[in-house]
Ligand binder design. Structure first.
Ligand code: AVJ
Length: 313
């Protein structure tokens, strides 16, 4: 079952069909996140090879006090890609937001979490938003304008191509007035073997997560993808400084939906995700170009992951 409403389902269908019919077929990584996909992603975060989540979490554990000294209490905490809201909840005791706005494309996941938070934190106004923020978006009027802190953890910024990442950050900058800012976590460039292992775990959860995009598309678009015909492929592309995830056809095959079809030859791939890795200077430069300054940053001892807090200037 998809959790998108009818208008966004139509847009999603057009987007998926266009991607499948492209010369080099592609699917947006946002189609990973149906109910099963969100659960699989949570499982990925516990994998021994997937160091990102636990490294970021350790940075917050160690430096949250220090971070909160760079952020005035009160204001609105806007959590982009909130999921189960667990990461933001840890900030509440330090940042004391007046309003918390979890935003996620998967609305059902959100509403459960929001209900739980309202009970636990009656003094925080919780305003969940089911919204796709990967393109153009605008926060509705219920979101207070003053003193906004955009929280964008987990290296989700890596899913955007560099141009789109800049446009995305500028969009955030334009919706931050005085005292606004961003708290962002990003995975850093490192030895290829470490990166490759993180996206090729030995349990095969990342493979399942990747393949599940085909199940989601079968649901949303009515395609007849047979998962046994597809193989998970992930590797670090050093030139583009990104992990690429693909699904590779194990044989010649044809995928059909409505009155359309797409033929794939054996070995042909559907590009399902890019996950860009930045150096710390590149990341700080990106934020500055988007209009954020006065950056403070924190990393782990190995410099595998960075958390940056920057102000709208
Ligand atoms: C949620 C985009 C940060 O790129 O590492 C995890 C998604 N893909 N394993 C990432 C993902 C495969 C993840 N982000």
């Amino acid at each position: 079952m998809s959790e998108l409403n009818s208008t966004s389902t139509e847009t999603a269908q057009q987007e998926m069909a266009a991607g499948l019919l492209r010369d080099h077929a592609s699917i947006s990584p946002k189609f990973f996140y149906n109910r099963l996909g969100s659960t699989l992603f949570e499982a990925i975060c516990s994998l021994p090879e997937y160091y990102l989540t636990r490294t970021e979490s350790a940075i917050f554990d160690r430096h949250l006090n220090d971070m909160s000294r760079t952020i005035a209490p009160g204001g609105t905490l806007i959590d982009l890609g909130a999921g189960n809201c667990a990461k933001a909840e840890r900030l509440f005791a330090h940042l004391h937001p007046d309003q918390y706005v979890p935003v996620d494309i998967s609305a059902s996941h959100l509403n459960d979490a929001a209900q739980r938070l309202r009970q636990r934190y009656p003094h925080i106004e919780v305003t969940p938003l089911g919204m796709d923020f990967s393109g153009q978006w605008q926060l509705p009027d219920q979101v207070r304008a003053d003193h906004r802190l955009f929280f964008y953890p987990g290296s989700s910024i890596g899913n955007f191509d560099p141009d789109a990442a800049l446009a995305f950050l500028k969009q955030i900058r334009n919706q931050s007035d005085t005292h606004g800012g961003i708290l962002i976590g990003a995975d850093l460039v490192k030895e290829s073997a470490v990166l490759n292992d993180a996206y090729n775990d030995s349990l095969g959860v990342t493979a399942a997560f990747n393949l599940n995009a085909l199940l989601h598309i079968n649901d949303l678009l009515g395609t007849d993808f047979d998962l046994t015909q597809w193989k998970h492929v992930a590797f670090f592309n050093q030139i583009k400084s990104r992990i690429e995830m693909h699904l590779e056809a194990r044989m010649d095959l044809t995928v059909k939906w409505d009155n359309q079809h797409r033929h794939f030859i054996r070995g042909e791939r559907i590009h399902t995700e890019s996950s860009y890795k930045y150096t710390l200077p590149q990341l700080l430069n990106l934020l500055e170009t988007a209009g954020f300054g006065c950056a403070h940053h924190w990393t782990d001892d190995a410099n595998w992951f960075a958390v940056v807090r920057a102000s709208a200037i």
